[in-house]
Every structure is written in C-alpha cells, then in structure tokens.
Design a protein around this ligand. Structure first.
Ligand code: SF4
Length: 743
C-alpha cells in the first residue's frame, strides 16, 4: 500500500467519526474543534438558510444535542424575524429515509449497491486517472453548485484544477447567475452587485424586471412592504405574477422584448432631458455613443415590438424621471434569456444615465438565485481564477500560486468550458468522465432528454449528493454520500454580498461526509493531499480565502474568523483589514468609483436579436417557465421530502393557459392536456387563468418533466440557458390536436 493511501485511510477514520445513524449529538461529537464545539446540547444558535440567496438567519433550537425546531431570527439583519416556508422546514429533509448513507457503486446487474469509502475512493481515482491518461486532462470535468459552502467550492476548484489536473469545471450557477456576472464585469469592471437590502426600504421607485419577488424571494418582498415612502412598484413581466398583481404598475411586455423596452426607455429619458449630466460626465464612458444608438428606439418601434402602448411607455419613463431614489432590480426573467447579458446591461445603463447609483434606495441590482451563488462566482475557480482573479493575468496567477505554496505551472492557462460546452464535450467524446456535485442536472438542465442520453454515454459518472435517488444519481456509476445543510459548517454569500455562517447542528447519517471532507479524501487518494494540508478545516480554508481576496474588490481580510461573522449577523464584502467602522448595512460605489482601470463605468449596448425558437403553425404557443411556489426549491430534491411543503404546492404538473385559448382548444379547467415541443411532451393539468396572455403558457420549473420541453439556446456572452421561451403545442390529453387558432 502506498504512503498516500495509508494517510487517506487514516483521514477517513478520523472524519467519519462514529458511523451510526444516531442523529443525537453530544458536544464532543460535533467534532474537529470547530464552531459547533462551542454549542451546548440545549443551545439555540443562528444558522444561515441553505436554500435561496436571500440568506435569512434561522434559529436552530437544540434539545439534548438534537436539533428539534427552527424559528426565524429577529436580530438577523437580512430577514428581521421572517422566514419563508422552506426555511421553517429546513430540518425535515435531513431525516429523509432516502439519504445516501454509504457510497454506492453500480454493479454488473446495473444496480447501485453499497460499498465502503476505501473502495469508492480507489475506484474514483483509478477510473478518472485512466480516462485522463488515455484521453488527456481535458477528458474529465466537474459540475458543481451554488448550494455548498464557499470553503467547499474553493477546495473543489483548487483540487480539480491544481491537484487533479482538470481543465474544465463549471457549476449550476451558470443556470442562474452567469448573466449578472458577465454584465457587471463588463459594465463595472468587477462582478459587484452594489446594493444592500435596506435599499428596498429607501427607494421611492422600485422597478422589478423579470422578478416574481413575492414567490422567488418572499422575504425581500416583505422588505419592500416596510418601505415608508409609498413607493411606486413597477413589475415588468409577460405574466400577471403575484408580484405584478401587488405592484402599482405592471407592464406585460411580449416575452423577450425587454431589451427593446429598455433601450426605448433610455431614449425617452435622454430625449426628455432626464439624464444626470454630472454623474455621466464624472463616472461613465461611452454615453454619447449610447445616446445615438438609443435614439433609434422610437416609441413607435418600441410599442410595436413590446406590445405596450405609447402611453404606457411615456408613463413608465416619467415615473423613472420623477423618482429621486430609483432602484432597478432583476432576476431570472432577465438572466435566463437569449440576450440576457445585454438586457442586464441595458438595466445598468438606465441607472447610470439617471445617476441612480451609489445612493440609498438606488442601484442596478441583480438578485441572486441560490444560497451561495455569490460564493461560487468569486471562489469556485471555474471560469475565473479563484478570488475573482483573471486566469490570463500573470500577477494574479503568481499571487494564487504563492498563497497555495505551489508552482504556477499548476494553474491551467486554458479557460474552462461553460456548462453547456461541457455537455457538448460529452456529445463529441471530448469529455468522458464527469463528477457532479450537489446538483440535479438530469432534472434542471435545459432539454433534459438530451443530457440524460449524454450522461449514459460517459465512461464514468460520479454523483455526490445527500440522496442516492435523485434523477442524476440514478444515472451514476458511483454515488458519494454527502452531508447536507446543518450537518457541516462553512459560509454562504448572499445577494447583498453578506457572508453568513452555516453551523453543524445535526449529525450526517451513516457514512455521509461533508463535501469538504470528501474533497480532502479525494485529494489524499489522488496523491495530492500535501497540496491541501493547510486546508485542515473549513475555518482554516476561510483564512486562505481571505488571502485570495486581499486587494480585490471583494477583500474580506478584515473578518477575523467565524466567531466574528457569528457576532455580526454576517458581514458584507468588502471588509478589509483597514475597515474601521463596522456598519451593519453597506452598499458599493458610493464614491462613484468603478472597477475598470480608469474608475469609470461603461455603457454597453447592442442591437436586439430574435429568439431562437419562435412559435409557428405546428407549435403555436410560447412556453414560459419559472418558479411556481415559495414552498418548493428548484428540483424538489430536498423540499419534496417535507409533507408540509408538498401540501403548499400543487402535486401535479400544471400549465397556466389563457381562457380564450382554452375555449378555442376545448380545454376544460383542471382537465389533462398534453403539452408538446420539438423535444418532448408532458401531460399537465390545465390551469385556465388570465395570468398569461393569449398564445402564451406557463409551467413551473419544479416538476421533473418541464425541461423535456425547453429549447437549448444560450446567451452569447454568459452562456446562461434561455429557459423562458420555446414553442409548444397543446391539446386535450388523449385527443388528436386541433388546428391551432391563428390570430
Ligand atoms: Fe429566507 Fe430564502 Fe431560506 Fe426562505 S429559502 S427562509 S427566503 S433564505
């Protein structure tokens, strides 16, 4: 046995601790001398939520070492005592009977059977190394997640690229936040969402683009309701969403006409003299070129392309012009579009030209999706070099290599493929081994049928997850059992850049290990454990992350340790070691200085492009997808385990369709209809409602069949999938389709 294998086996014995299914903890069992060791068996402690990017603080109540209940923390600066149903039920998925409690290996009969960690790790390394030896380092890739801790993401990224020699790794944050990253980097010079949640309470005009905040980020909607300025709330959304119904103005544009609308609004504001000349001159570049470009977006053109009236356009522009503190917010309705980056930048342009930046209640503000999307953006070492650095910058490469104490040659010069390009790589045979961590690609990826077929083609597929039976785990050759939220420690970074603390308040079942310890184990078995010796615990890794951040816009060198995060209710970046005033809420860009070398923001713009798949005679409806319930999270892998949460959302997949369309097709409310696209079909219950416009239908993303329909098109710059628009047909289930109405 080699020395590294002995070391790995010893590490495994240490990390596993007592391998029982007993979830009852004693203080000693919290282990590893980390934060939980400070907990007492009957403590109440605050933990940041592990679902959405709001990043609420949840009180976990322990009794005799067992986590028995959750309440919302009224002192946490994010949620102020509120939580959505997912947060209240956060403990339930941990006790689900289908937790992966041991590694599982697919046997010769095609079944997953339990194996021990030793066998799993030996096989993991042998198979991936054999693939790399035969097909080169590019042939093995990973797909990560915004659902694991920043320290884990960073360790995975460093291990994958610097230890295992991989070139390609990406995460499911590509599906939600890649657009915001591309837009901010090009416009601001760094991926820097500038806001703090208090801005919701300070604005006099709040504009929500493609954001159903009431459902997707319900606590942030509550923050708007605390606004004492009686703000105008404008929802821009093709659907009459819950948020649109609660807003003061709703502009139901044609799907994917938002870029045209934004340029048209810019034109009206410029023509009406509502620019902030001083701000534009002092802090931006390219305004004159932008103004000339925007002048082509006349009200005639914009009204024709968006479906809004000219009066609507004037009213919208005047509301912005009259606002003293206008904040512009966007989320997946923008990010998941075929020209998403330019759309996000068109929102940024409006904020820049009206000078609504850097002051309370203003900003061009992207709301993130997952609990740790921001951690992934800065530290996952996938498309950026770890710590928000550039792969191609020699100084950045030297800095990263120096902090890790390794040769710079270990840092690949080649950029990683994006998620969709990794999938294409599987199709072409370039990628032959894949490691999927805490994401359920076989449900969530656009055009799901294709990805399932491609995963079956892989020489070796490893899935690391809390559950052994996710849609993706069912396709795996090897499943590695992972601890979940509350069973490990680390940090998440929320939408407003707040670094919050996750603590271990429950013991992972069986032999499940934290993702951090699985990565450490892989490093040992791979033979590169020495490179990561300093990463002895999540908190030790946090100290390394601080060094990566030094001198960057996301500098967190002033945060002493986890105890400091705990004491402050999380801390927003930046927090440098020269930060002297500990403020509970901070926004960026108050000095008007952006992150490009000249300190100025850029107006970025481009002519709109047509959608990739437009309805036609055979597929006459446009399918919109999105979040359907605040009680379910993404693919329901965790939230589906809760009886309470299941009862709060419809169990059967449903499709919203307009009453006129239902009448024409002979569809009765609540009857079964078949929805078909060029890629697949599903049966759904008809929800006949005027929330959608005629010719459009909506299906929530939580149902496993939804992505049988979606069309794989991608934003050119961010490579983010365009989930929000594809062509479908509908007919009553079991009947021959009738000829569609042509309007
Ligand atoms: Fe808060 Fe989001 Fe968790 Fe709900 S899911 S409690 S809104 S962080």
């Amino acid at each position: 046995m080699t020395n590294w294998r002995e070391k790995a086996a010893a590490a495994l014995r240490q990390w596993n601790g007592p391998l029982t299914n007993d979830l009852v903890l004693t203080p000693g069992q919290f282990g590893l001398g980390q934060v939980p060791a400070r907990l007492q068996p009957d403590d109440t402690t605050t933990v940041v939520c592990g679902y959405c990017s709001t990043g609420c603080g949840l009180n976990v109540h322990l009794r005799e070492g067992r986590a028995i209940n959750i309440t919302a923390d009224s002192n946490y600066p994010v949620n102020l005592g509120m939580a959505c149903p997912k947060g209240w039920e956060a403990l339930t998925p941990l006790a689900a009977p289908d937790r992966a409690t041991t590694p599982y290996l697919r046997n010769s009969r095609g079944e997953l059977e339990p194996v021990d960690w030793e066998r799993a790790m030996v096989l993991f390394c042998e198979r991936f190394k054999a693939i790399q030896q035969e097909h080169g380092p590019e042939s093995v890739a990973w797909l990560g997640t915004g659902q694991i801790c920043t320290e884990e993401l960073a360790l995975l990224g460093a291990l994958g690229k610097f230890g295992m020699g991989m070139i390609h790794g990406d995460g499911n944050t590509r599906q939600c936040m890649a657009t915001a990253v591309s837009a901010y980097k090009e416009s601001f010079g760094f991926d820097a969402p500038p806001f703090t949640y208090a801005d919701f309470e300070e604005s006099d005009v709040i504009i929500l683009f493609g954001s159903n905040l009431c459902i997707a980020h319900p606590i942030l909607w509550q923050r708007i309701l605390r606004n004492r300025n009686c703000p105008e709330i404008i929802a821009v959304d093709p659907r009459k969403t819950e948020t649109a119904m609660a807003s003061t103005q709703h502009f139901a544009i044609r799907p994917k006409s938002d870029l045209t609308l934004l340029y048209g609004l810019a034109n009206l504001l410029i023509a009406g003299g509502s620019m902030d000349h001083e701000y534009i001159a002092a802090h931006t570049n390219e305004f004159d070129r932008f103004a000339k470009f925007a002048s082509h977006f006349t009200t005639d053109r914009v009204a024709a392309e968006t479906g809004l009236s000219q009066d609507d356009l004037w009213r919208f522009a005047q509301t912005i012009a009259r606002g003293k503190r206008v904040s512009f917010w966007w989320t997946m309705g923008v990010n998941q579009g075929h020209e998403a980056t330019r759309t996000a930048q068109a929102i940024i342009n409006l904020a820049l030209l009206t000078g609504n930046m850097g002051r309370p209640g203003t900003g061009a503000n992207s709301i993130t999706g997952q609990c740790n999307a921001m951690g992934s953006r800065l530290f996952s070492n996938t498309t950026n070099l770890i710590g928000g650095h550039d792969l191609g910058n020699p100084q950045h490469r030297a800095k990263v290599a120096g902090i890790l104490g390794m040769e710079e040659q270990r840092i690949p010069t080649q950029p990683s493929l994006a998620y969709d390009q990794i999938i294409d790589g599987i199709a072409s045979g370039k990628i032959r081994g894949l490691w999927v961590i805490a994401t359920n690609s076989a449900h969530s990826w656009i055009h799901q049928t294709e990805i399932r077929e491609l995963f079956a083609k892989l020489d070796f597929l490893v899935v690391q997850d809390m559950y052994h039976n996710t849609d993706t785990a069912q396709l795996a050759d090897l499943v590695l059992p992972a601890a979940g939220w509350g069973e490990k420690e680390g940090t998440f970074i929320n939408s407003e850049r707040r670094i919050g603390l996750l603590k271990r308040v429950s013991k992972a079942p069986g032999q499940a290990l934290s993702d951090f310890n699985i990565f450490k184990l892989v490093a040992q078995y791979w033979g590169c454990g020495a490179l990561f010796e300093k990463w002895s615990s999540p908190e030790a890794a946090f100290q390394i992350l601080k060094e990566f951040s030094r001198g960057q816009p996301c500098d967190i060198t002033g945060i002493a340790d986890y105890a400091a995060l705990d004491a402050c209710g999380g801390i927003q970046w930046p927090w440098t070691d020269s930060t002297t005033t500990p403020l509970p809420e901070r926004r960026l860009l108050e000095d008007g200085r952006y992150y490009h070398p000249d300190g100025r923001a850029r107006f970025v713009f481009e002519e709109p492009r047509p959608m990739a798949e437009i309805p036609d005679e055979a597929f006459p409806f446009l399918l919109l997808t999105g979040r359907g319930s605040s009680a379910q999270w993404h693919t329901q892998t965790r939230t589906g385990k809760s009886d309470v949460l299941r009862k709060l959302a419809p169990a059967h997949v449903y499709v919203e369709m307009h009453p006129d369309d239902a009448r024409h097709l002979g569809v009765e409310p609540a009857s079964l209809v078949t929805v078909t696209s060029r890629r697949g079909a599903l049966d759904a219950l008809a929800f006949v409602t005027a929330t959608v416009q005629p010719g459009q239908v909506f299906i929530p993303m939580h149902y496993v069949s939804t992505n049988r329909l979606t069309f794989p098109s991608f934003d050119h710059y961010s490579r983010q999938p365009s989930y929000k628009a594809c062509a479908v047909s509908i007919h009553p289930a079991g009947k021959t389709p009738t000829r569609p109405r042509v309007s």
